[in-house]
Design a protein around this ligand. Structure first.
Ligand code: NAD
Ligand code: ZN
Ligand code: ZN
Length: 379
């Protein structure tokens, strides 16, 4: 089968690989019909995530058709159209029982805090991902969700990660009626966080980025105010000026490692071709939020990163919330929002590529070329 194949930082290709097989009675094999590239894949592509092995297939945002199920699978059958959450989780451990599916105890042998994730290095279990014609889906009775009959596949594929992650970012912010919410990052996750903030009752939503076409997009998609950080001297002062000198009630980090640019280059030795400067979004969040406010972090940080102004967190009495999203927990509510016409997630899809063009797709998405917001591979 054809699959995305990682060769090293900034080097990916489409290559012939062996087809995946059922390895456990609760596995399924899914024939992939849509597979997005995520900002998280860019951290792998940029060489920022430890133990990303040459030969791995990335891809944790996919939907498709069930091709084969293992003997113990009861909830799926051949031919079912499914969306597959990016988390691989058991559904029965201590954490899964609390619906902390992203922290499952049983699906990541590398024993980091996060559970299993498709196509996301050996730090999250070493599972091959769905940027391929076929993918093995472990715990197939638990994660995959059969598409409602009226669901557009382009919307469905955004329910595997970007929309639920944006939604959880807003949820972890504990947004109350009328709150001012600042979202850092106008990628798909930030875009959905901004939209979700309104769904949760925000009174004002401000999105910060430096890529003008993304800011324009989010302004239209989520009716929010926008700030281009290249035009701002001091982010915290700027946000305070916009909020009667109080600061925002909630700040959301939807950027992650990308914003740690120079520091990460130093730590990893990988020469980064990133556009962002040394200012970290964590600083901006912590310094722009009001006293007693909440900082919600969904941006992904690969290596240890310890330049957080923790003194300000203490002195301002802040709440910090962070996690990988537990996709499955949000699906019923998000499907309802889509069916009620409150949101059309697929509007963020700007590019479609055959799997053969995976190298171009990564390059265009990473370099923010051609007004790219969300690329989808069509195996
Ligand atoms: P993306 O790369 O498409 O978007 C990131 C955006 O941040 C870009 O538009 C970039 O210009 C902007 N940016 C860079 N530096 C900035 C700064 N200093 N201030 C404000 N904006 C800045 O990525 P995405 O797919 O939207 O994902 C965003 C983040 O969320 C990534 O770190 C990704 O790994 C993470 N993520 C987390 C989860 C989770 O479950 N927690 C799930 C999916 C993605
Ligand atoms: Zn993703
Ligand atoms: Zn579990």
């Amino acid at each position: 089968m054809l699959a995305m194949d990682y060769r090293g930082p900034y080097r990916v290709r489409a290559a012939e690989k062996a087809e995946p097989k059922i390895e456990h009675p609760n596995d399924a094999i899914v024939r992939v019909t849509r597979s997005c590239i995520c900002g998280s894949d860019l951290h792998l592509y940029h060489g920022l995530v430890p133990d990303t092995r040459v030969g791995m297939t990335f891809g944790h945002e996919f939907c498709g058709i069930v091709e084969e199920v293992g003997p113990s699978v009861q909830n799926l059958k051949k031919g079912d159209k499914v969306l597959v959450p990016f988390n691989i989780f058991c559904g029965t451990c201590y954490f899964c029982k609390k619906e902390l599916f992203s922290n499952c105890h049983n699906t990541n042998p590398s024993a980091t805090a996060v559970g299993g994730i498709f196509g996301y290095s050996h730090t999250t279990g070493g599972y091959d991902g769905g940027q391929a014609e076929l993918v093995r889906v472990p715990m197939a009775d638990v994660g995959p969700t059969v598409l409602p009959p009226d669901m557009d596949e382009d919307d469905a594929v955004l329910l595997t990660d970007a929309f639920p992650t944006g939604y959880q970012a807003a949820e972890m912010g504990g947004i109350r009626e009328g709150d001012t919410v600042v979202v850092f990052g106008a990628g798909p996750v930030g875009i959905f966080a901004a939209k979700s903030a309104w769904l949760m009752g925000a009174g004002r939503v401000i999105v910060v980025d430096h890529v003008e076409y993304r800011l324009e997009f989010v302004r239209n998609f989520a009716q929010c105010e926008i700030v281009n950080f290249k035009e701002v001297d001091d982010m915290a002062i700027h946000i305070k000026k916009m909020t009667d000198w109080l600061g925002a009630d909630v700040c959301i980090d939807a950027v992650g490692a990308e914003a740690t640019g120079n520091a990460l280059q130093h730590l990893t030795g990988v020469k980064l071709k990133l556009q962002a400067g040394a200012a970290t979004v964590l600083h901006w969040c912590i310094n722009s939020v009001r006293k007693g406010g909440t900082v919600s972090i969904v941006g992904v940080y690969g290596p240890t990163f310890n330049m957080v102004p923790i003194g300000n967190v203490v002195n301002k009495g802040l709440t910090l919330r962070a996690n990988q999203a537990s996709v499955k927990r949000h699906l019923p509510r998000l499907i309802e929002h889509i069916q009620a016409g409150r949101i059309k997630p697929s509007e963020v899809i700007t590019h479609r590529f055959p799997l053969e063009a995976v190298a171009d797709a990564y390059h265009i998405f990473s370099s923010k070329l051609d007004n790219c917001i969300k690329p989808v591979l069509l195996p």
